[in-house]
Write a protein of this length. Structure first.
Length: 217
C-alpha cells in the first residue's frame, strides 16, 4: 500500500484557507487513485510539534548510550516524525506565506526532521527522490518581475531545505493574490486571484494523478 504524508499549517480552516483548499484537492485525487492507501495527516496549526530544544538537538548528534532521560524523550519524538517522513511514498505540504516566510509551526516540524547523518548529509538517505508537493499560497504576488520579487522567502527557503538538504523531488503549486477578496485596495485583482486559485486546484489534481501513476509504475 502507498502512504501519503499530508501536512497543513494554515491558521485558517476549510475554504477560508487557500493552501488547505488546494491540499484537499490534491488529497482527494490521490485517494481516488490509491483507495486502499494510507494518509498520515498532521495539522500543525491545531496540533503543533514542539520547537527544537537543546536536548533534542544534542541527542541527535551524540551516542544514545550517553543520553539523559530528557534527551532520550526528545529524540524519540524527533524519530517519530522522521519515521513518518521516511515511510511516505509522497509528501504534501500546505505552506502559506506569513510575513514573507513560512508559519513557525512548519519551521518547527522542519527543524525536527532535518537530522544530519540520517535525513541530511548522507548519500544513502531514504528520502532521496521522494516527491513532495508544496502548496505555497500568498496574499499578494512575489513572482519574478513583480515589485515584491525580492521578498519571496518561502519557495527559496523550502527549496534549500527540502531539495538541497533532504534530496526530495520538490514541486510548488502557488495560489496567489489571496487577499484580493478581503482588501478593497486589491479589488481589481480579484479576477487574477480567481484564475490563480482555479489553476492551483487544477494543478493539485493533475500533480496528484501524475505522482500516483509514477509510484504505481
Amino acid at each position: 500500500m502507498t502512504t501519503l504524508l499530508h501536512l497543513d499549517s494554515s491558521l485558517f480552516s476549510g475554504d477560508a484557507s487557500s493552501s488547505r483548499a488546494v491540499t484537499a484537492a490534491f488529497r482527494r485525487t490521490w485517494q481516488e487513485h490509491h483507495p486502499e492507501g494510507t494518509v498520515i495527516y498532521r495539522d500543525l496549526a491545531t496540533n503543533p510539534v514542539p520547537h527544537l530544544t537543546a536536548d533534542a538537538h544534542t541527542a541527535g548528534q551524540t551516542d544514545p548510550a550517553t543520553h539523559t532521560p530528557a534527551q532520550a524523550t526528545a529524540l524519540a519524538h524527533r524519530l517519530t516524525l522522521i519515521d513518518e517522513l521516511e515511510n511516505a511514498d509522497a509528501i504534501l505540504i500546505g505552506a502559506p506565506m506569513y510575513n514573507y516566510s513560512i508559519p513557525s509551526t512548519l519551521k518547527a516540524w522542519l527543524d525536527n526532521i532535518v537530522l544530519v547523518g540520517r535525513t541530511a548529509g548522507v548519500e544513502s538517505s531514504r528520502l532521496k527522490g521522494t516527491p513532495v508537493t508544496v502548496v505555497a499560497s500568498r496574499g499578494g504576488s512575489y513572482a519574478p518581475g513583480t515589485p515584491r520579487e525580492g521578498y519571496e522567502y518561502v519557495q527559496n527557503y523550502l527549496t534549500a531545505v527540502l531539495a538541497d538538504a533532504l534530496a526530495l523531488d520538490v514541486n510548488f503549486i502557488v495560489p496567489e493574490l489571496t487577499m484580493a477578496v478581503h482588501n478593497p485596495a486589491m479589488s481589481q485583482l480579484i479576477p487574477l486571484f480567481e484564475a490563480s486559485r482555479q489553476q492551483a486546484l487544477d494543478d493539485a489534481a493533475s500533480t496528484a494523478k501524475a505522482i500516483a501513476h509514477r509510484i504505481a509504475a
